[in-house]
Write a protein that binds this ligand. Sequence first.
Ligand code: HEC
Ligand code: HEC
Ligand SMILES: [Ca+2]
Ligand SMILES: [Ca+2]
Ligand SMILES: [Ca+2]
Length: 467
Amino acid sequence: MKRTGLVIVAAMFATSQGHALDTSVRDRLLAIPLTSELGGDTTRPLATAEAFTFISANAPKKVKVGFTFGNQLFNTVWFPAPGPQITTDGLGPVFNREACSDCHINNGRGLPPPEVGAPMDSMLVRFSVPGKDENGGPVSVPGYGDQLQDRGVEGVPAEGRAIIEWKEIADSYDDGTPYSLRKPTVLFTDLAFGPMPGNLMTSPRVANPMIGLGLLEMVSEDLLYTLADPNDVDMDGISGRVNVVWDARDKTMATGKFGWKANSPNLTNQNSGAALGDMGITTPIRPDDNCGVGQGLCAASAVHNGVEMTKIFLNQINVYTRRLAVPRQRGPGLPEVIRGQTQFYDAGCQACHIPTLETGVDPRNQDLAEQTFHPFTDLLLHDMGEGLSDGRPDFLATGSEWRTAPLWGIGLTKKVTGHERYLHDGRARGLEEAILWHGGEAKASKENFRTMPKDARDDLVAFLKSL
Ligand code: HEC
Ligand code: HEC
Ligand SMILES: [Ca+2]
Ligand SMILES: [Ca+2]
Ligand SMILES: [Ca+2]
Protein backbone atom coordinates (compact mmCIF):
# COMPACT_ATOMS: atom_id res chain seq x y z
CA MET A 1 0.00 0.00 0.00
CA LYS A 2 1.39 3.41 -0.94
CA ARG A 3 1.68 5.84 1.93
CA THR A 4 0.64 9.40 1.52
CA GLY A 5 3.10 12.10 2.44
CA LEU A 6 3.91 10.85 5.92
CA VAL A 7 6.91 12.46 7.57
CA ILE A 8 8.72 10.67 10.36
CA VAL A 9 9.98 13.03 13.04
CA ALA A 10 11.91 11.68 15.94
CA ALA A 11 14.35 12.01 18.74
CA MET A 12 13.58 10.66 22.14
CA PHE A 13 16.90 9.15 23.10
CA ALA A 14 19.54 10.96 21.06
CA THR A 15 22.82 9.10 20.66
CA SER A 16 26.29 10.31 19.81
CA GLN A 17 25.88 9.16 16.18
CA GLY A 18 22.93 11.48 15.81
CA HIS A 19 20.66 8.45 15.49
CA ALA A 20 18.02 7.74 18.05
CA LEU A 21 15.80 5.11 19.49
CA ASP A 22 12.25 6.29 19.12
CA THR A 23 9.74 3.93 20.67
CA SER A 24 6.89 5.92 19.13
CA VAL A 25 8.04 4.83 15.67
CA ARG A 26 7.93 1.18 16.75
CA ASP A 27 4.52 1.73 18.32
CA ARG A 28 3.24 3.37 15.16
CA LEU A 29 4.50 0.48 12.99
CA LEU A 30 2.99 -2.08 15.36
CA ALA A 31 -0.35 -0.28 15.20
CA ILE A 32 -0.56 -0.65 11.41
CA PRO A 33 -3.01 -3.47 10.73
CA LEU A 34 -1.59 -6.59 9.13
CA THR A 35 -2.84 -7.20 5.58
CA SER A 36 -2.34 -10.22 3.33
CA GLU A 37 -0.34 -8.07 0.93
CA LEU A 38 2.91 -9.01 2.67
CA GLY A 39 5.04 -7.23 0.07
CA GLY A 40 2.83 -4.16 -0.25
CA ASP A 41 2.14 -3.31 -3.90
CA THR A 42 4.78 -5.81 -5.05
CA THR A 43 2.68 -8.74 -3.76
CA ARG A 44 1.29 -11.44 -6.03
CA PRO A 45 -1.09 -14.31 -5.26
CA LEU A 46 1.42 -17.16 -5.59
CA ALA A 47 1.45 -20.55 -3.90
CA THR A 48 3.13 -23.05 -6.21
CA ALA A 49 6.69 -24.36 -6.38
CA GLU A 50 7.43 -21.32 -8.59
CA ALA A 51 6.07 -18.87 -6.01
CA PHE A 52 9.45 -17.15 -5.50
CA THR A 53 10.23 -16.60 -9.19
CA PHE A 54 7.84 -13.90 -10.42
CA ILE A 55 8.49 -10.22 -11.03
CA SER A 56 6.88 -7.91 -8.49
CA ALA A 57 3.27 -7.02 -9.33
CA ASN A 58 3.91 -3.29 -9.74
CA ALA A 59 7.28 -3.43 -11.53
CA PRO A 60 7.49 -0.69 -14.18
CA LYS A 61 7.84 -1.69 -17.83
CA LYS A 62 11.37 -0.34 -18.02
CA VAL A 63 12.78 -2.98 -15.64
CA LYS A 64 11.10 -5.99 -17.24
CA VAL A 65 13.79 -6.71 -19.81
CA GLY A 66 16.49 -6.40 -17.15
CA PHE A 67 14.56 -8.70 -14.85
CA THR A 68 14.20 -11.37 -17.53
CA PHE A 69 17.87 -11.19 -18.39
CA GLY A 70 18.86 -11.18 -14.71
CA ASN A 71 16.68 -14.25 -14.24
CA GLN A 72 18.66 -16.03 -16.95
CA LEU A 73 21.96 -14.98 -15.39
CA PHE A 74 20.84 -16.16 -11.96
CA ASN A 75 20.18 -19.58 -13.48
CA THR A 76 23.23 -19.63 -15.77
CA VAL A 77 25.83 -22.34 -15.25
CA TRP A 78 29.18 -20.57 -15.53
CA PHE A 79 32.10 -22.34 -17.23
CA PRO A 80 35.81 -22.17 -16.52
CA ALA A 81 37.62 -19.76 -18.87
CA PRO A 82 37.93 -20.11 -21.75
CA GLY A 83 34.37 -21.43 -22.04
CA PRO A 84 31.84 -21.79 -24.83
CA GLN A 85 30.71 -18.18 -24.30
CA ILE A 86 33.13 -15.47 -23.24
CA THR A 87 30.29 -13.53 -21.56
CA THR A 88 29.61 -16.27 -19.01
CA ASP A 89 32.97 -17.90 -18.38
CA GLY A 90 35.49 -17.44 -15.61
CA LEU A 91 34.17 -19.92 -13.02
CA GLY A 92 36.66 -20.49 -10.22
CA PRO A 93 39.57 -21.32 -10.15
CA VAL A 94 38.12 -22.31 -6.75
CA PHE A 95 34.39 -22.08 -6.16
CA ASN A 96 31.40 -23.58 -4.35
CA ARG A 97 28.79 -23.92 -7.07
CA GLU A 98 28.41 -23.09 -10.77
CA ALA A 99 25.13 -21.11 -10.67
CA CYS A 100 23.41 -18.79 -8.22
CA SER A 101 20.34 -21.03 -8.48
CA ASP A 102 22.33 -24.10 -7.34
CA CYS A 103 22.21 -22.80 -3.77
CA HIS A 104 19.12 -20.58 -3.86
CA ILE A 105 16.84 -23.51 -4.69
CA ASN A 106 14.00 -22.20 -6.85
CA ASN A 107 14.92 -18.82 -5.30
CA GLY A 108 14.28 -20.31 -1.87
CA ARG A 109 16.69 -21.35 0.86
CA GLY A 110 19.42 -23.99 0.86
CA LEU A 111 19.93 -26.87 3.27
CA PRO A 112 22.71 -28.92 4.84
CA PRO A 113 23.75 -32.20 3.18
CA PRO A 114 21.17 -34.89 3.94
CA GLU A 115 23.88 -37.38 4.87
CA VAL A 116 26.98 -36.74 6.96
CA GLY A 117 29.95 -36.36 4.61
CA ALA A 118 27.92 -35.65 1.46
CA PRO A 119 29.00 -32.51 -0.42
CA MET A 120 27.52 -29.13 0.49
CA ASP A 121 25.22 -28.30 -2.40
CA SER A 122 23.36 -25.24 -1.18
CA MET A 123 25.36 -23.90 1.73
CA LEU A 124 28.87 -22.75 2.50
CA VAL A 125 31.25 -22.28 5.41
CA ARG A 126 32.71 -18.87 6.27
CA PHE A 127 35.78 -18.80 8.49
CA SER A 128 38.29 -16.40 10.00
CA VAL A 129 40.85 -15.97 12.77
CA PRO A 130 40.43 -13.51 15.69
CA GLY A 131 40.80 -9.78 15.06
CA LYS A 132 39.45 -7.26 12.58
CA ASP A 133 40.70 -6.47 9.09
CA GLU A 134 41.35 -2.92 7.85
CA ASN A 135 37.60 -2.40 7.30
CA GLY A 136 36.48 -3.87 10.61
CA GLY A 137 35.52 -7.20 9.04
CA PRO A 138 36.67 -10.76 9.76
CA VAL A 139 40.37 -11.60 9.33
CA SER A 140 41.16 -14.13 6.59
CA VAL A 141 42.58 -17.53 7.46
CA PRO A 142 46.19 -17.78 6.15
CA GLY A 143 46.15 -19.76 2.90
CA TYR A 144 42.36 -20.16 2.82
CA GLY A 145 40.75 -16.70 2.86
CA ASP A 146 37.35 -16.13 4.48
CA GLN A 147 35.34 -18.97 2.96
CA LEU A 148 36.00 -22.61 2.12
CA GLN A 149 35.70 -23.22 -1.62
CA ASP A 150 35.11 -26.93 -1.79
CA ARG A 151 35.42 -27.23 -5.55
CA GLY A 152 38.10 -26.30 -8.10
CA VAL A 153 38.28 -26.16 -11.90
CA GLU A 154 40.29 -28.88 -13.65
CA GLY A 155 43.88 -28.90 -12.46
CA VAL A 156 43.17 -26.68 -9.43
CA PRO A 157 42.68 -28.34 -6.07
CA ALA A 158 39.57 -27.63 -4.04
CA GLU A 159 40.58 -26.04 -0.73
CA GLY A 160 39.10 -28.97 1.16
CA ARG A 161 35.78 -30.34 2.25
CA ALA A 162 33.58 -29.32 5.16
CA ILE A 163 31.57 -31.96 6.95
CA ILE A 164 28.78 -31.29 9.40
CA GLU A 165 28.25 -33.71 12.23
CA TRP A 166 25.11 -33.53 14.34
CA LYS A 167 24.50 -33.99 18.01
CA GLU A 168 20.94 -34.56 19.20
CA ILE A 169 19.85 -32.70 22.33
CA ALA A 170 16.71 -33.98 24.04
CA ASP A 171 14.27 -31.62 25.75
CA SER A 172 10.54 -31.32 26.24
CA TYR A 173 7.59 -28.95 26.08
CA ASP A 174 6.07 -27.84 29.33
CA ASP A 175 3.24 -30.35 28.78
CA GLY A 176 5.78 -33.18 28.79
CA THR A 177 5.84 -33.81 25.04
CA PRO A 178 9.46 -34.62 24.17
CA TYR A 179 11.42 -33.12 21.28
CA SER A 180 14.99 -33.27 20.09
CA LEU A 181 17.13 -30.50 18.62
CA ARG A 182 20.24 -31.21 16.56
CA LYS A 183 23.36 -29.10 16.84
CA PRO A 184 26.01 -28.98 14.11
CA THR A 185 29.79 -29.24 14.39
CA VAL A 186 31.92 -28.39 11.36
CA LEU A 187 34.94 -30.57 10.53
CA PHE A 188 37.36 -30.18 7.62
CA THR A 189 38.93 -32.95 5.54
CA ASP A 190 41.10 -33.14 2.42
CA LEU A 191 42.63 -29.76 3.22
CA ALA A 192 44.91 -28.81 0.30
CA PHE A 193 46.97 -26.15 2.05
CA GLY A 194 47.76 -27.62 5.43
CA PRO A 195 45.82 -27.82 8.65
CA MET A 196 43.52 -25.05 9.83
CA PRO A 197 44.96 -22.84 12.61
CA GLY A 198 44.00 -23.71 16.18
CA ASN A 199 42.14 -20.42 16.67
CA LEU A 200 39.90 -20.95 13.63
CA MET A 201 36.31 -19.66 13.85
CA THR A 202 33.71 -21.14 11.50
CA SER A 203 30.22 -20.22 10.41
CA PRO A 204 28.21 -22.65 8.27
CA ARG A 205 25.37 -20.84 6.45
CA VAL A 206 22.62 -21.93 4.08
CA ALA A 207 21.49 -19.77 1.16
CA ASN A 208 18.66 -17.29 1.94
CA PRO A 209 15.34 -16.98 0.10
CA MET A 210 15.37 -14.25 -2.55
CA ILE A 211 11.92 -12.58 -2.30
CA GLY A 212 11.25 -8.95 -1.39
CA LEU A 213 14.91 -7.97 -1.20
CA GLY A 214 14.41 -4.66 -3.02
CA LEU A 215 12.01 -3.52 -0.31
CA LEU A 216 14.47 -4.46 2.43
CA GLU A 217 17.25 -2.65 0.56
CA MET A 218 15.20 0.54 0.57
CA VAL A 219 14.40 0.62 4.28
CA SER A 220 16.15 3.74 5.48
CA GLU A 221 19.09 3.66 7.81
CA ASP A 222 17.23 6.16 10.01
CA LEU A 223 14.30 3.80 10.45
CA LEU A 224 16.63 0.99 11.54
CA TYR A 225 18.28 3.28 14.08
CA THR A 226 14.95 4.37 15.49
CA LEU A 227 14.08 0.68 16.00
CA ALA A 228 17.49 -0.25 17.43
CA ASP A 229 17.93 -0.20 21.18
CA PRO A 230 21.51 -1.35 21.79
CA ASN A 231 21.43 -0.55 25.50
CA ASP A 232 17.85 -1.66 26.00
CA VAL A 233 16.82 1.79 27.17
CA ASP A 234 13.15 0.83 27.15
CA MET A 235 13.99 -2.23 29.28
CA ASP A 236 11.89 -4.78 27.43
CA GLY A 237 14.76 -7.27 27.30
CA ILE A 238 15.26 -6.74 23.56
CA SER A 239 18.28 -4.81 22.32
CA GLY A 240 18.46 -4.85 18.54
CA ARG A 241 21.63 -3.46 17.02
CA VAL A 242 22.50 -2.15 13.57
CA ASN A 243 25.45 -3.86 11.87
CA VAL A 244 27.89 -1.47 10.23
CA VAL A 245 29.78 -3.13 7.40
CA TRP A 246 32.16 -2.43 4.55
CA ASP A 247 30.61 -1.31 1.27
CA ALA A 248 33.05 -2.46 -1.43
CA ARG A 249 31.23 -0.46 -4.12
CA ASP A 250 31.20 2.93 -2.42
CA LYS A 251 34.38 2.28 -0.40
CA THR A 252 32.79 3.34 2.84
CA MET A 253 31.10 1.90 5.93
CA ALA A 254 27.36 1.30 5.57
CA THR A 255 24.34 -0.13 7.34
CA GLY A 256 24.25 -3.93 7.07
CA LYS A 257 21.05 -5.55 5.81
CA PHE A 258 21.71 -8.77 3.92
CA GLY A 259 23.06 -12.15 4.97
CA TRP A 260 22.35 -14.00 8.21
CA LYS A 261 24.39 -11.47 10.20
CA ALA A 262 23.42 -8.41 8.14
CA ASN A 263 27.01 -8.44 6.92
CA SER A 264 26.28 -6.89 3.52
CA PRO A 265 24.83 -3.39 2.94
CA ASN A 266 23.03 -3.66 -0.40
CA LEU A 267 22.32 -5.96 -3.31
CA THR A 268 25.24 -4.76 -5.43
CA ASN A 269 27.66 -5.73 -2.66
CA GLN A 270 25.86 -8.96 -1.85
CA ASN A 271 25.56 -10.10 -5.46
CA SER A 272 29.11 -9.22 -6.45
CA GLY A 273 30.33 -10.86 -3.23
CA ALA A 274 28.37 -14.01 -4.07
CA ALA A 275 29.69 -14.05 -7.64
CA LEU A 276 33.28 -13.94 -6.43
CA GLY A 277 33.08 -15.85 -3.16
CA ASP A 278 30.68 -18.61 -4.19
CA MET A 279 31.46 -18.96 -7.90
CA GLY A 280 34.86 -17.33 -8.50
CA ILE A 281 33.38 -14.75 -10.88
CA THR A 282 35.02 -11.33 -10.87
CA THR A 283 33.03 -8.10 -11.30
CA PRO A 284 34.05 -4.42 -11.56
CA ILE A 285 33.50 -4.18 -7.79
CA ARG A 286 35.65 -7.23 -7.00
CA PRO A 287 38.07 -7.45 -9.93
CA ASP A 288 40.57 -10.02 -8.56
CA ASP A 289 40.05 -13.77 -8.41
CA ASN A 290 39.94 -15.08 -4.86
CA CYS A 291 42.88 -17.49 -4.72
CA GLY A 292 44.17 -17.73 -1.17
CA VAL A 293 47.75 -16.54 -0.58
CA GLY A 294 50.05 -19.40 -1.59
CA GLN A 295 47.46 -21.20 -3.73
CA GLY A 296 49.85 -21.42 -6.71
CA LEU A 297 47.77 -23.51 -9.10
CA CYS A 298 44.76 -21.32 -8.47
CA ALA A 299 46.70 -18.12 -9.16
CA ALA A 300 48.36 -19.62 -12.24
CA SER A 301 45.06 -20.63 -13.79
CA ALA A 302 43.18 -17.40 -13.06
CA VAL A 303 42.48 -15.78 -16.42
CA HIS A 304 42.46 -12.00 -16.41
CA ASN A 305 41.14 -10.53 -19.61
CA GLY A 306 38.91 -7.94 -18.00
CA VAL A 307 36.27 -8.75 -15.43
CA GLU A 308 34.31 -11.95 -15.90
CA MET A 309 30.87 -10.54 -15.13
CA THR A 310 30.47 -7.12 -16.72
CA LYS A 311 28.89 -4.15 -15.02
CA ILE A 312 25.84 -4.53 -17.26
CA PHE A 313 25.37 -8.17 -16.26
CA LEU A 314 25.80 -7.41 -12.58
CA ASN A 315 23.21 -4.64 -12.92
CA GLN A 316 20.71 -7.09 -14.42
CA ILE A 317 21.23 -9.49 -11.53
CA ASN A 318 20.67 -6.54 -9.20
CA VAL A 319 17.42 -5.67 -10.97
CA TYR A 320 16.34 -9.30 -10.71
CA THR A 321 17.13 -9.73 -7.01
CA ARG A 322 15.51 -6.37 -6.29
CA ARG A 323 12.12 -7.27 -7.79
CA LEU A 324 11.16 -10.83 -6.91
CA ALA A 325 7.52 -10.62 -5.85
CA VAL A 326 6.48 -11.49 -2.32
CA PRO A 327 3.64 -14.06 -2.29
CA ARG A 328 0.35 -13.03 -0.72
CA GLN A 329 -0.56 -14.51 2.66
CA ARG A 330 -2.77 -17.57 2.30
CA GLY A 331 -5.84 -18.33 4.38
CA PRO A 332 -5.76 -15.20 6.57
CA GLY A 333 -9.38 -15.81 7.60
CA LEU A 334 -8.91 -19.40 8.77
CA PRO A 335 -9.73 -19.67 12.50
CA GLU A 336 -6.38 -21.32 13.34
CA VAL A 337 -4.49 -18.58 11.47
CA ILE A 338 -6.38 -15.83 13.30
CA ARG A 339 -5.76 -17.54 16.65
CA GLY A 340 -2.10 -18.16 15.71
CA GLN A 341 -1.59 -14.50 14.90
CA THR A 342 -2.76 -13.63 18.40
CA GLN A 343 -0.37 -16.24 19.83
CA PHE A 344 2.46 -14.67 17.80
CA TYR A 345 1.90 -11.31 19.49
CA ASP A 346 1.18 -12.79 22.92
CA ALA A 347 4.49 -14.68 22.78
CA GLY A 348 6.37 -11.45 21.96
CA CYS A 349 7.64 -12.60 18.56
CA GLN A 350 6.92 -9.18 17.08
CA ALA A 351 9.60 -7.62 19.31
CA CYS A 352 12.11 -8.71 16.64
CA HIS A 353 9.96 -10.07 13.84
CA ILE A 354 8.23 -6.68 13.60
CA PRO A 355 5.41 -7.29 11.12
CA THR A 356 5.51 -3.93 9.33
CA LEU A 357 8.29 -1.83 7.82
CA GLU A 358 8.26 1.07 5.40
CA THR A 359 10.52 2.18 2.58
CA GLY A 360 11.62 5.74 2.02
CA VAL A 361 11.55 7.96 -1.03
CA ASP A 362 13.61 6.96 -4.07
CA PRO A 363 13.03 8.63 -7.43
CA ARG A 364 14.91 5.81 -9.24
CA ASN A 365 12.76 3.01 -7.84
CA GLN A 366 9.35 4.58 -7.41
CA ASP A 367 7.60 1.21 -7.40
CA LEU A 368 9.54 0.21 -4.28
CA ALA A 369 9.44 3.64 -2.63
CA GLU A 370 7.05 4.63 0.15
CA GLN A 371 5.72 1.12 0.57
CA THR A 372 4.18 -0.26 3.74
CA PHE A 373 4.87 -3.99 3.83
CA HIS A 374 5.10 -6.99 6.15
CA PRO A 375 8.50 -8.75 6.18
CA PHE A 376 8.37 -9.74 9.89
CA THR A 377 11.91 -8.53 10.53
CA ASP A 378 13.55 -5.45 12.01
CA LEU A 379 16.77 -6.28 10.08
CA LEU A 380 18.61 -5.80 13.38
CA LEU A 381 21.11 -8.03 15.15
CA HIS A 382 19.91 -9.84 18.25
CA ASP A 383 21.81 -11.94 20.76
CA MET A 384 20.24 -15.36 20.29
CA GLY A 385 22.22 -17.09 23.01
CA GLU A 386 24.95 -19.73 23.18
CA GLY A 387 22.93 -22.43 21.44
CA LEU A 388 22.84 -20.55 18.15
CA SER A 389 26.24 -18.90 18.49
CA ASP A 390 28.86 -19.64 15.84
CA GLY A 391 31.53 -17.87 17.90
CA ARG A 392 32.59 -15.91 14.81
CA PRO A 393 32.18 -12.11 14.80
CA ASP A 394 31.15 -10.50 11.50
CA PHE A 395 31.77 -6.73 11.57
CA LEU A 396 29.80 -5.55 14.65
CA ALA A 397 27.87 -8.82 15.00
CA THR A 398 29.16 -11.06 17.76
CA GLY A 399 29.14 -14.84 17.48
CA SER A 400 25.73 -15.11 19.09
CA GLU A 401 24.12 -12.20 17.21
CA TRP A 402 22.00 -12.83 14.12
CA ARG A 403 19.79 -10.68 11.91
CA THR A 404 16.10 -11.27 12.62
CA ALA A 405 15.12 -13.61 9.78
CA PRO A 406 12.24 -12.30 7.63
CA LEU A 407 9.22 -14.59 7.92
CA TRP A 408 7.36 -13.63 4.74
CA GLY A 409 7.13 -16.58 2.39
CA ILE A 410 8.28 -19.01 5.09
CA GLY A 411 5.08 -21.06 4.79
CA LEU A 412 5.95 -21.85 1.17
CA THR A 413 9.39 -23.27 1.98
CA LYS A 414 8.41 -26.90 1.48
CA LYS A 415 6.63 -26.25 -1.81
CA VAL A 416 9.41 -24.08 -3.23
CA THR A 417 12.48 -26.00 -2.10
CA GLY A 418 11.19 -29.48 -1.32
CA HIS A 419 12.61 -29.30 2.20
CA GLU A 420 11.99 -27.70 5.58
CA ARG A 421 15.30 -26.76 7.10
CA TYR A 422 15.41 -23.49 8.99
CA LEU A 423 17.85 -21.12 10.73
CA HIS A 424 21.23 -19.93 9.47
CA ASP A 425 22.76 -23.38 9.21
CA GLY A 426 19.62 -25.32 8.42
CA ARG A 427 19.74 -27.22 11.72
CA ALA A 428 16.01 -26.89 12.45
CA ARG A 429 13.87 -29.63 10.90
CA GLY A 430 10.62 -27.69 11.08
CA LEU A 431 9.22 -24.40 12.35
CA GLU A 432 8.81 -25.71 15.90
CA GLU A 433 12.51 -26.59 16.12
CA ALA A 434 13.41 -23.15 14.71
CA ILE A 435 11.46 -21.48 17.51
CA LEU A 436 12.79 -23.84 20.19
CA TRP A 437 16.39 -22.85 19.31
CA HIS A 438 15.65 -19.20 20.22
CA GLY A 439 17.71 -18.16 23.26
CA GLY A 440 19.42 -15.01 24.58
CA GLU A 441 17.15 -12.01 24.03
CA ALA A 442 14.54 -14.35 22.53
CA LYS A 443 14.52 -16.79 25.43
CA ALA A 444 11.42 -15.37 27.10
CA SER A 445 9.58 -15.53 23.81
CA LYS A 446 10.75 -19.11 23.22
CA GLU A 447 9.58 -20.06 26.72
CA ASN A 448 6.17 -18.58 25.96
CA PHE A 449 5.99 -20.99 23.03
CA ARG A 450 7.41 -23.97 24.93
CA THR A 451 4.88 -23.57 27.70
CA MET A 452 1.83 -23.15 25.43
CA PRO A 453 -0.71 -25.95 25.20
CA LYS A 454 -0.33 -28.02 22.04
CA ASP A 455 -3.30 -26.54 20.20
CA ALA A 456 -1.95 -23.02 20.77
CA ARG A 457 1.47 -24.10 19.42
CA ASP A 458 -0.24 -25.61 16.39
CA ASP A 459 -2.16 -22.38 15.82
CA LEU A 460 1.04 -20.34 15.96
CA VAL A 461 2.67 -22.65 13.41
CA ALA A 462 -0.47 -22.43 11.23
CA PHE A 463 -0.06 -18.65 11.27
CA LEU A 464 3.61 -18.93 10.23
CA LYS A 465 2.60 -21.32 7.44
CA SER A 466 0.11 -18.76 6.13
CA LEU A 467 2.98 -16.27 5.61
C1 HEC B 1 27.41 -21.90 -2.59
C2 HEC B 1 26.04 -21.48 -2.42
C3 HEC B 1 25.63 -20.12 -2.95
C4 HEC B 1 25.73 -19.64 -4.25
C5 HEC B 1 26.32 -20.35 -5.45
C6 HEC B 1 25.14 -18.34 -4.23
N1 HEC B 1 24.69 -18.02 -2.98
FE1 HEC B 1 23.69 -16.33 -2.44
N2 HEC B 1 23.78 -16.90 -0.49
C7 HEC B 1 24.36 -18.06 -0.04
C8 HEC B 1 24.51 -17.99 1.40
C9 HEC B 1 25.12 -19.05 2.28
C10 HEC B 1 23.98 -16.75 1.80
C11 HEC B 1 24.01 -16.16 3.21
C12 HEC B 1 25.39 -15.51 3.33
C13 HEC B 1 25.73 -14.97 4.71
O1 HEC B 1 24.92 -14.99 5.61
O2 HEC B 1 26.87 -14.52 4.87
C14 HEC B 1 23.52 -16.10 0.58
C15 HEC B 1 22.88 -14.86 0.55
C16 HEC B 1 22.49 -14.22 -0.61
C17 HEC B 1 21.73 -12.99 -0.65
C18 HEC B 1 21.18 -12.23 0.57
C19 HEC B 1 19.75 -12.58 0.85
C20 HEC B 1 19.26 -12.05 2.18
O3 HEC B 1 18.10 -12.29 2.53
O4 HEC B 1 20.00 -11.42 2.92
C21 HEC B 1 21.62 -12.64 -1.96
C22 HEC B 1 20.92 -11.42 -2.53
C23 HEC B 1 22.32 -13.64 -2.74
N3 HEC B 1 22.81 -14.59 -1.89
C24 HEC B 1 22.47 -13.60 -4.12
C25 HEC B 1 23.23 -14.53 -4.83
C26 HEC B 1 23.58 -14.38 -6.23
C27 HEC B 1 23.18 -13.22 -7.12
C28 HEC B 1 24.34 -15.46 -6.56
C29 HEC B 1 25.03 -15.77 -7.88
C30 HEC B 1 25.92 -14.73 -8.37
C31 HEC B 1 24.44 -16.29 -5.37
N4 HEC B 1 23.77 -15.67 -4.35
C32 HEC B 1 25.08 -17.50 -5.34
C33 HEC B 1 24.76 -19.13 -0.81
C34 HEC B 1 24.99 -19.07 -2.17
C1 HEC C 1 15.06 -11.43 20.18
C2 HEC C 1 14.59 -11.43 18.82
C3 HEC C 1 13.64 -12.53 18.38
C4 HEC C 1 12.45 -12.92 18.96
C5 HEC C 1 11.78 -12.36 20.19
C6 HEC C 1 11.96 -13.99 18.13
N1 HEC C 1 12.80 -14.23 17.09
FE1 HEC C 1 12.57 -15.62 15.63
N2 HEC C 1 14.42 -15.19 14.93
C7 HEC C 1 15.25 -14.21 15.40
C8 HEC C 1 16.54 -14.30 14.75
C9 HEC C 1 17.72 -13.39 15.01
C10 HEC C 1 16.46 -15.40 13.88
C11 HEC C 1 17.60 -15.98 13.02
C12 HEC C 1 18.37 -16.97 13.90
C13 HEC C 1 19.34 -17.88 13.17
O1 HEC C 1 19.18 -18.10 11.97
O2 HEC C 1 20.23 -18.43 13.81
C14 HEC C 1 15.11 -15.93 14.00
C15 HEC C 1 14.61 -17.00 13.27
C16 HEC C 1 13.31 -17.44 13.31
C17 HEC C 1 12.74 -18.46 12.46
C18 HEC C 1 13.49 -19.19 11.36
C19 HEC C 1 13.54 -18.33 10.13
C20 HEC C 1 14.34 -18.87 9.01
O3 HEC C 1 14.34 -18.24 7.94
O4 HEC C 1 15.00 -19.91 9.14
C21 HEC C 1 11.43 -18.61 12.82
C22 HEC C 1 10.42 -19.54 12.20
C23 HEC C 1 11.18 -17.69 13.91
N3 HEC C 1 12.33 -17.00 14.18
C24 HEC C 1 9.97 -17.55 14.56
C25 HEC C 1 9.81 -16.86 15.76
C26 HEC C 1 8.64 -16.93 16.58
C27 HEC C 1 7.38 -17.72 16.24
C28 HEC C 1 8.87 -16.16 17.67
C29 HEC C 1 7.99 -15.98 18.88
C30 HEC C 1 7.69 -17.20 19.60
C31 HEC C 1 10.20 -15.58 17.51
N4 HEC C 1 10.74 -16.04 16.34
C32 HEC C 1 10.78 -14.68 18.39
C33 HEC C 1 14.93 -13.26 16.37
C34 HEC C 1 13.84 -13.36 17.22
CA1 LIG D 1 37.22 -16.40 -12.08
CA1 LIG E 1 38.87 -19.68 0.27
CA1 LIG F 1 14.54 -2.73 24.19
